[in-house]
Design a protein around this ligand. Structure first.
Ligand code: 5AD
Ligand code: SF4
Length: 439
């Protein structure tokens, strides 16, 4: 038997890339590759890249340059680029960086085994198609080892929304939903391998409309079906667009015990003028009303969001509207970014807001959001939550897990509780996590 070849996958960006990296490693497993933890030991390095924000491509090129000494030490080392930068740059990557043997876009991972064979034979391999078939369908049946208690499951990919700032519709392509039966099968397999919590992924996950046994199913129906799986205790989903928040999904937040009380629902801006320029297709008021309906269904829901400051044309008044919306809604968790022009998107043609002004707004927004985040975390003290324990903590005897609300919680607990869910009373709120006691 030949020794296994060693694969190092480095993942950037979103959770969908984390999921894709797992699938790529499984696909290459069938070619005799085994995953290792560092580039230095690898026979193949794959960078799974992200293009969402500034200088993504430049960062990939500089990372690739750092592999030169490794190639000199091991002339057989193969280097590949996957993900959204691979899709956006295509052949240009190989032209600019001859070290690269393989370029694979996010929709063709099932073709990786053949591509790996080609590069092992000394060829270059490039595939940035958007094929008709499901990229996960043709993946080889890999060995199914036991795994951690949480997993991602990609249910839809791509996006048709075309927000004026966003590259996703170009790099991930049009919105495609995976059929219900395959998702149920994959979820069952995950549960058999020890998974207790599944996060359903999609660039616009609540637009899910997969083929079911009796016509198209929306996300809510899929969630109810997954909730039937014994041993699966928690379901989450991300990321959603406000306009696709169907009634059944709102209702499920109140009635489906396995659907966790956490929702990531980005609004990006609180100014109607900017929302229109962003092509978000809803107003600030409509978003606020939507949040009210969701909170009516599930009052303790922890809300998370994304914001962009300094979008072209944003005035101080527009920015104030964002601050006002944040104060009205109150977020338990949020991500905020300074706008950066993504080449090829409509907004990239527009004049930028002054850099110093944008920086100042980002700081002010982040100050407000972190106050809210801390308040939501502090409000957990004294409450009873359920915690799914994922790993051991830094202190002796401590385990760390996530509460229903996705807060990290440190608890003194026996190791036998790893991978299990237990009731915990929160006793302290630290800078980034909570401390609790088993009940
Ligand atoms: N500039 C800044 N932030 C962006 N995002 C997406 N594109 C850009 C951009 N060009 C942010 C949005 C989105 C999140 C994933 O990244 O807030 O919701
Ligand atoms: Fe990008 Fe999300 Fe808008 Fe789609 S809905 S274009 S992924 S920001």
């Amino acid at each position: 038997m030949t020794a296994p070849k060693k694969l190092f996958v480095k993942t950037y960006g979103c959770q969908m890339n984390v999921y894709d990296s797992e699938r790529m490693a499984e696909a290459l497993g069938s070619e005799g590759y085994e995953q290792v933890g560092s580039a230095e030991e690898a026979d193949m390095i794959l960078l799974n890249t992200c293009h969402i924000r500034e200088k993504a491509a430049e960062k990939v090129y500089s990372e690739l340059g750092r592999f030169r000494p490794l190639r000199e030490a091991n002339p057989d080392l193969k280097i590949g680029v996957a993900g959204c930068v691979a899709q956006a740059e295509g052949e240009e990557i190989m032209r600019r960086q001859p070290l690269v043997d393989l370029v694979v876009g996010p929709q063709t991972y099932h073709r990786l085994p053949a591509m790996a064979r080609a590069v092992e034979a000394g060829e270059k391999a490039l595939d940035t198609d958007f094929p008709e078939e499901d990229k996960f369908l043709h993946l080889p049946k890999a060995r199914k080892p036991k795994r951690g208690p949480t997993a991602f499951l990609t249910v839809q990919e791509g996006c048709d929304k075309f927000c004026a700032f966003c590259v996703v519709p170009y790099t991930r392509g049009a919105e495609v939903s995976r059929p219900v039966d395959r998702l149920i099968r994959e979820a069952r397999e995950l549960v058999e391998r020890g998974v207790r919590e599944i996060t359903l992924l999609g660039q616009n996950v609540n637009a899910y409309h997969g083929e079911g046994p009796d016509g198209e199913w929306g996300l809510a129906r899929l969630i109810w079906e997954l909730a039937e799986i014994d041993g699966l205790d928690r379901i989450r989903f991300t990321t959603s667009h406000p306009n696709d928040m169907e009634d059944a999904l709102i209702e499920a937040h109140g009635t489906c015990d396995k659907l966790m009380p956490y929702l990531h629902l980005p609004v990006q801006s609180g100014s109607d003028k900017i929302l229109k320029a962003m092509n978000r297709k809803h107003t600030a008021e409509k978003y606020v009303q939507l949040i009210e309906r969701i909170r009516a269904a599930r009052p303790d829901l922890l809300l998370s969001g994304d914001f962009i400051v300094g979008f072209p044309g944003e005035t101080e008044e527009d920015f104030q509207a964002t601050l006002d919306l944040v104060k009205t809604v109150s977020y338990g968790q949020a991500y905020s970014f300074k706008y950066s022009a993504r080449p090829g998107t409509p907004a990239a043609e527009k004049p930028m807001v002054d850099e110093a002004v944008a920086n100042d707004r980002l700081q002010r927004l982040q100050a407000l959001l972190s106050t809210q985040q801390k308040a939501a975390q502090d409000a957990m003290v004294g409450r009873e939550v359920s915690v799914l324990f994922e790993k051991t903590g830094r202190l002796d005897g401590q385990l760390v897990g996530k509460s229903d609300y996705l807060h990290a919680v440190h608890v003194v607990a026996p190791k036998t509780l790893l991978g299990e869910i237990a009731k915990v009373r929160i006793v302290e709120s630290g800078p980034n996590s909570l401390k609790g006691e088993l009940i």
